[in-house]
Design a protein around this ligand. Sequence first.
Ligand code: ADP
Ligand code: MG
Length: 340
Amino acid sequence: MPHSTDLGIDLGTSNVLIYGRNRGIVFQEPTVIAKNRDNDRIIAIGEEAHRMLGRAPGSIDVYYPFKQTDISQSINFVGAMLLRFVIDTNGKHIINGPHVVMSVPAGLSDSDRRTLISALFESGARRTQIISRPIAAALGADLPIGEPYGEMIVDIGGAATDIAVLSQGRDILWKTENIGGDSFDQAIIKFLRRKHNMLVGEITAEEIKQRIGSAMPRRDRLYLDVTGRDLLTGLPKTLRVTSDEVREAMDEPLIALIQKIHETLAATPAELAADIFDSGIVLSGGGALLDGLADAVSMNLKIACRVADNPQECIARGCGLTMEKYSEYGKYLAASRKRR
Ligand SMILES: Nc1ncnc2c1ncn2[C@@H]1O[C@H](COP(=O)(O)OP(=O)(O)O)[C@@H](O)[C@H]1O
Ligand SMILES: [Mg+2]
């Protein structure tokens, strides 16, 4: 018999992750849509659409909807994508539909949220609640946010980073900056163009970052042979790129990110800042997987900094934990709903 499981959904700018209650992470795919430009029909979503990025014919739009400036234009497509993802992971409900706790990107209007919630309703969800991203990230990182004690969580996604100070289950400060993992990719593209007259795409830049990128000098020098377009001849060429070069390339967004964390710390009430000084900053999100990032933050700000376990899964896990431990964490749902 088809069964339904309560779901925690991290609808991110780069990836959608779904946590099944008492099952853990059951789904992870890129937040990408491929649609026919002429009739707006969806051709592919998720992993399948991601494989088409930069490779599709001109009649097909392949894009990350939450990285567009006007999200509302795409919200119906996102709704359709969500519906498919949930039905794929959970099966369509028979009697008792799942309860869904979801975190959504910044910049969604109330009507955008309603569109997503009705898509979930169509997928069988009986109830959907939205949770604030930093609260979900902190719960997923196992931070004791209910205590009268300041904690700082920095969730680094693809297009955005949430920097928040939490205490007693509330966000005392919370800022969303439009700098994230993508900023590092763009910096690599810029660097290769300027220094080597070579043009690489975003997928290649991201791969360079993930394979040999580092926020700190590394002892073992790594390199990668990268193929791109030679801007002088217009033809493909292959070039050996070193980890030192990549670190140099990423310096600007790295400093900018650390500066944003600094600003938030400087605006934090003194007692809470002292708590954070004791407990350290915690990084989550896929961007936290950048090698050496916590060390770079720590070295620059002179405060301990660590990466949460499975950082990319924190938000989805936090969403799921509110249901698994409803008596303890259910209160954060009400609190987060009140906020906006
Ligand atoms: N191993 C890695 N090293 C560096 N960056 C990584 C790594 N894995 C993922 N990322 C980056 O994490 C970002 C996506 O994080 P994620 O939390 O999934 O995004 P979002 O929450 O915006 O959907 C991307 O910029 C991706 O390149
Ligand atoms: Mg994320």
